[in-house]
Write a protein that binds this ligand. Structure first.
Ligand SMILES: Cc1ncc(COP(=O)(O)O)c(C=O)c1O
Length: 424
């Protein structure tokens, strides 16, 4: 690992949590240079919904490269882009009766966010954006401004204004309707809240600690946006692409966002980000918002193949089935270690188990890794163990991973008890 410590910036992160050199990966398994295998419950932070080196996708990529397909074409028309647009329209938009224009932004999630908030501000001529507590939308300056966590906000000491943070669903407990509060602020000319051009929301806050907005709350939010002439932007970067069980995470709520940001698994492991725009809001002038890597042709090839998973309901049904397994097992684990007061929450194949005792979740994630499971943390204090396996994971590996969590918590508690026994 010395070369990484010597040469790679201190900003490196995940290499610290998972300190081995990974050499290969397949499906839901990663293998290090010593041949140790790890079940992956992290899936590239939601980028590998279709698994590592999915053979259908790899073959299409190899074939494309062998035929000298265009790899980089700025935003010129290419055959790969044409196939992607056709597939996305036929497989995703048309069956859902959705009409969106597709903007290819720079290749990473935060680029799509920057485009969305810039367009919203431009059209409405209003600078304020409403974001929610515990939101995570990326770390370029515009996206950082609408991201809640102080850890990230501390990183740059310039103005991150023109954003109003409002309480997310259940932020104030189950008896407080946070949208009543939002509505009251909007109705009151003296509340100090500048009318936002847009509200941006994650239906399930992933980095923020697996906070799931109810379908009713999302519908009420859409109504509020409608009532006050505010755009609704859904950030589906982490929990879109089937993570919730539907292709878009907001389908269950039946809402129609004005814009949707997509990245991570839309590129099936390769860098790709999109902004879906309600057609009448596509008010960009040609080349008004550019970038060298808008629309990566290899990612188009990968994505077009991955979208075939949505030709029928098989993947969606499988996610819903595996979701039940995860929920049942996590509730069993929470019950077994009730002295830690764990709470379980999630939807589809994104789940979290929250343990408030400071530092314990880090120990658990570390121990899971030693026991062969890659799993990350989420939440303001990293207090939530976050499960995000590839959607295509087989049930045996899923159960194995869940048992590693159980075993790892058990080991840590046993060791703690025996240490306390020795001290007495
Ligand atoms: C909901 C959400 N939005 C935006 C981003 C930013 O994406 P990226 O890291 O690709 O810039 C992330 C990344 O985790 C995310 O989870």
């Amino acid at each position: 690992m010395r070369i990484f410590e010597q040469l790679e910036s201190k900003v490196r992160g995940y290499v610290r949590s998972f300190p081995v050199i990974f050499e290969s990966s397949k499906g839901s398994t990663m293998v290090d240079e010593s041949g140790n295998e790890y079940i992956d419950f992290f899936a590239g932070a939601g980028t590998l919904n279709y698994g590592h080196n999915n053979p259908i996708i790899s073959e299409a990529l190899i074939d494309y490269l062998k035929k000298d397909g265009v790899v980089h074409g700025l935003d010129m028309a290419t055959s790969a882009k044409k196939r992607f647009l056709t597939k996305f329209s036929e497989t995703i938009l048309e069956p859902r009766n959705m009409e969106y224009k597709i903007q290819f932004t720079g290749p990473t999630g935060t680029n799509a966010i920057e485009s969305a908030i810039k367009l919203a501000r431009m059209i409405k001529g209003r600078s304020n954006i409403a974001a929610f507590t515990n939101a995570f939308h990326g770390l370029t300056m515009g996206a950082l401004a609408i991201t809640g966590n102080t850890f990230y906000r501390d990183e740059a000491h310039i103005s991150r204004s023109n954003v109003s943070f409002l309480p997310f669903d259940s932020y104030m407990g189950d008896d407080f309707n946070t949208l009543d509060y939002f509505r009251k602020l909007l109705e009151d000319n003296s509340s100090g809240l500048d009318l936002p051009s847009a509200v941006i929301v994650e239906t399930i806050q992933a980095e923020g600690g697996i906070n799931v907005a109810s379908a009713q709350w999302l519908r009420d939010l859409a109504q509020l946006c409608h009532d006050f002439d505010i755009f609704l932007i859904v950030d589906d970067i982490q929990v879109g692409n089937g993570r919730s069980g539907d292709f878009f995470s907001f389908e269950e709520a039946g809402i129609k966002p004005d814009m949707v940001t997509m990245s991570k698994s839309i590129g099936a492991g390769l860098p790709l980000a999109l902004l879906l725009i309600r057609p009448d809001l596509d008010q960009w002038k040609p080349s008004e918002h550019t970038g060298t890597f808008r629309g990566n042709n290899l990612a188009f090839v990968a994505s077009t193949e991955a979208l075939s998973y949505w030709d029928n309901m098989e993947l969606s049904n499988a996610v819903k089935h595996k979701s039940e397994i995860i929920k049942t097992e996590l509730e069993r684990i929470a019950d077994k270690y009730s002295e830690l007061n764990p709470s379980v929450r999630g939807r589809g194949m994104i789940y979290g188990i929250e343990i408030k005792e400071l530092g314990l979740t880090s120990q658990i994630s570390e121990r899971c890794f030693e026991n062969g499971l890659i799993i990350e943390l989420a939440g303001a204090d990293d207090q939530v163990i976050k499960l995000l396996p590839p959607l295509i994971i087989d049930e045996e590996s899923l159960m194995k991973g869940l048992l590693i969590i159980d075993q790892s918590i058990g080991e840590i508690l046993e060791e703690r008890k025996s240490r306390m026994g020795q001290e007495m």
